[in-house]
Design a protein around this ligand. Sequence first.
Ligand SMILES: NC(=O)c1ccc[n+]([C@@H]2O[C@H](COP(=O)([O-])OP(=O)(O)OC[C@H]3O[C@@H](n4cnc5c(N)ncnc54)[C@H](O)[C@@H]3O)[C@@H](O)[C@H]2O)c1
Ligand SMILES: [Zn+2]
Length: 358
Amino acid sequence: MKKVKVNLGRDSYEVRIGAGALARTGNWLKEIGLTGRLVVITNPVVDGLYGEALREGLAGEGFEVTVVLVPDGEEHKSLETAGRLYYELTDLYAERHTPVLALGGGVIGDLAGFVAATYSRGVPLVHVPTTLLAQVDSSIGGKVAVDHGRLKNKVGVFYQPRLVITDIGTLSTLDAGQFANGLAEAVKSAVIWDGDFFSLMEDNLEGIKSLEDGILEEVVFRSARIKAGVVEKDEKDLGLRSILNFGHTVGHALETVSAFAVCHGEAVAMGMMAAARISNRMGILDKGELDRLGSLLERAGLPTGLPALPAGELIGAMKHDKKVFAGQVRFVLPRSIGEVFITDEVSLSLVEDVLGGR
Ligand SMILES: NC(=O)c1ccc[n+]([C@@H]2O[C@H](COP(=O)([O-])OP(=O)(O)OC[C@H]3O[C@@H](n4cnc5c(N)ncnc54)[C@H](O)[C@@H]3O)[C@@H](O)[C@H]2O)c1
Ligand SMILES: [Zn+2]
């Protein structure tokens, strides 16, 4: 079992990582002073797989658990669903301090987190992430939100959980695509912050993909530690935290222009490669480092080229994104593997060349 502390003064919390963590949830909640009733928000898929293990662990410690189900899918990460959940919470209990446990991937984490943050001006929140993406990325850092219309994460707040319980055993039921999605974010963490972690993944990728406990735990732990470290320095996303968007400038544009036919991890992988190529063309990132990134992503089962989408449309999408400041597209570019920088000075013609495969 490994622990990462997220140091945010009075809002500090721990991420506890290991196989079998679900069964220890009741114990750990008591340790942080939570007892009595609680509400688990999850979806039918995750409930079917892990609901019982979680409920048993909680009942054994005397918790009175109510499970509230939300249909599976990003389209339910909405104000409508949040509104329904407020009604359910009102029917279930009147007490203000009843905790909410978010059991699931990033969709459940963002939605249940948003509901916990806003119901009665905030009830205690515990994340129990069950996808690799949620374990290495979305459960840490306190961003919670719902989508609004076609705009992703448009309505949200910062709301830190009281605890994150990360059971790497749950990753065994993810399909290959969902696993690769999370790996893309783990690679991102390594490139922005920790060259040694990148080498560790290069040396152990087969073990990671075949879910060997020790190395998988290490990957989740290292990614969580990086995310925690960045969030501690810039909780409210005023500067440094934007390095977590490495690969996402082009990535989000690929998702938008392809009408989400390209999934998030694939888009981020291609976006990281585009950023790395831009940096290489600017004479900053070595060709050797660019190739290392490409080869790790390929081994992870992620794409490194770009789909045949018009460069002009991609740039248009980036301009509509929030990553545009005074007409310039803001990029996070790698200086080397393990270090990135933020710049507004990338010429649009270079971006067009790279996106157009020239
Ligand atoms: N808050 C943040 O900082 C942050 C960061 C990154 C992404 N996000 C958000 O996260 C969401 C994406 O999260 P995601 O990739 O986890 O998607 P997801 O939550 O939709 O989960 C993917 C699929 O896997 C299923 N699933 C979950 N756990 C499983 C398991 N252990 N075994 C089998 N199936 C399982 C889910 O039911 C779903 O069908 C997006 O909405 C995105 O905006 C938030
Ligand atoms: Zn992402």
